[in-house]
Design a protein around this ligand. Sequence first.
Ligand code: ATP
Ligand code: F6P
Ligand code: MG
Length: 514
Amino acid sequence: MSIISKKYSLGDIKLITENNKVKNPIMGIPAASEPKVATGDHGYVLEDVPHFTDYIPNLPTYPNPLQDNPAYAVVKQYFVDTDDTVAQQIVVHVDSPRGTHFRRAGPRQKVYFKSDDVHACIVTCGGLCPGLNTVIREIVGSLHDMYGVTRIEGIEGGYRGFYSRNTIQLTPKVTNGIHKRGGTIIGTSRGGYDNQKIVNSIEDRGINQVYIIGGDGTQKGAAAIYEEVRRRGLKIAVVGIPKTIDNDIPIIDKSFGFDTAVEEAQRAINAAHVEAESNENCIGLVKLMGRDSGFIAMYATLASRDVDCCLIPESPFYLEGPGGLFEYIERRIKENGHMVIVVAEGAGQDLVAESRTAGGKDASGNKVLDDIGLWLSQKIKGHFKKKTDMELNLKYIDPTYMIRAVPSNASDNIYCTLLAQSAVHGAMSGYTGFTVGPVHGRECYLPFYRITEKQNKVVITDRMWARMLSSTNQPSFLNTKDIIESNIDEAPPTQLLDDQVADKTVVTKETTVC
Ligand SMILES: Nc1ncnc2c1ncn2[C@@H]1O[C@H](COP(=O)(O)OP(=O)(O)OP(=O)(O)O)[C@@H](O)[C@H]1O
Ligand SMILES: O=P(O)(O)OC[C@H]1O[C@](O)(CO)[C@@H](O)[C@@H]1O
Ligand SMILES: [Mg+2]
């Protein structure tokens, strides 16, 4: 089987199931819901993605048409070696096991589809994000220009579009230039997920490659679509492309659109700073997106250097008393005459809860948050009116939707291009039930469960948060107990950190890391 490196004998590499039962990779095919994990010498672990050959026997293969493409023919070793994998951890110690690896993305020598037989579709789900149109454009371009595929459809309006809307024909002509526009030309939505209706629609339309662009909720839905497709024994590649402006998807370096969002947030922070500087005793308060993760707020703050306080969901804070937010604001205004505060929308929700107005869930089941920006504005104004003789000026700027409605910037456009090309190469090569993304700058195929099992969060015991604190000079609002109870116990995330801790678990050849 292709998951087994040819360099190892079967005795050296074992396919492991979730229950730690070792299966002979030739005799036993893991059930769909079981992770496909192989181990090798020195603690090498491959968390692989499914392939058609796992559940459909005797499939024909074809030479990859890219070998005749003049643009790629000159590139030496253009095709990815089937044994290439990418390490999850790159900071290691001399005695570290080799650790977890993911399959490297890219074109393979053999493909599992004839170009004329491919019938692809693309769907975008969840909130908007800069770069959605670029990914759509580049999937269409990659399928058409690299593999000669001509039947590509856009599913309108998210998951529910599979069973309730007509499709849009996507061609290079239709998608040309869309990367310069924000939003998604095929529309998006929350809710409306019906697994059976979606798979029925895919099957009825004769679609055999499904590209699903969306966040954590969308990827959970994509995983379930893959399971159903596999249960029905269909040769349909189900491919996820992770999208989240909040950068809360684990494993991958960062998500597309995040850079653009941080850049766009600078405009709001600059405006807040101009207002604050020009008016007496003035606070410029900016609310940015980030339901559960404060990456946009943290990176926008670090980039700007004009921010005096950044509040995120991961770092609890309090208003009154010594070491609290009000005390810090009073000091800062006395010293400087003005200040800028950036608050992520999910910050301080425990405080707002006392006077909750929102509540409930959206169509996808996400918690509807109270407006922390408005709440904080009122609290700060109220405090200064009551407790000080200072006339306080507060300018509240809420650019939330503006930072995600813009087109993607240059670096995100390139990022989206690599994602789309990797996704198409993966599907053409027979991989399915996977999502794609960069791990330490290398595009990888990742099993769905690895990116949906938890959310990526800012680690407040990490050096990046310390850099942020030292740039604003704000108090940490934490005591030792808070720090101990914070995410310190969790495995170190991979995103945007420069001090990853090497996995020191001693892993022997027979040990599983699932
Ligand atoms: N656990 C789940 N299983 C199947 N489908 C889901 C699940 N969670 C969400 N979905 C569906 O996925 C789609 C998008 O979900 P959601 O609105 O939560 O956005 P998302 O993909 O998480 O993106 P983001 O939150 O970054 O905007 C919706 O159609 C929703 O019904
Ligand atoms: O108002 P909508 O469209 O549901 O989107 C808001 C949510 O989308 C996100 O940007 C995630 O996509 C969150 O940060 C935010 O809470
Ligand atoms: Mg989500």
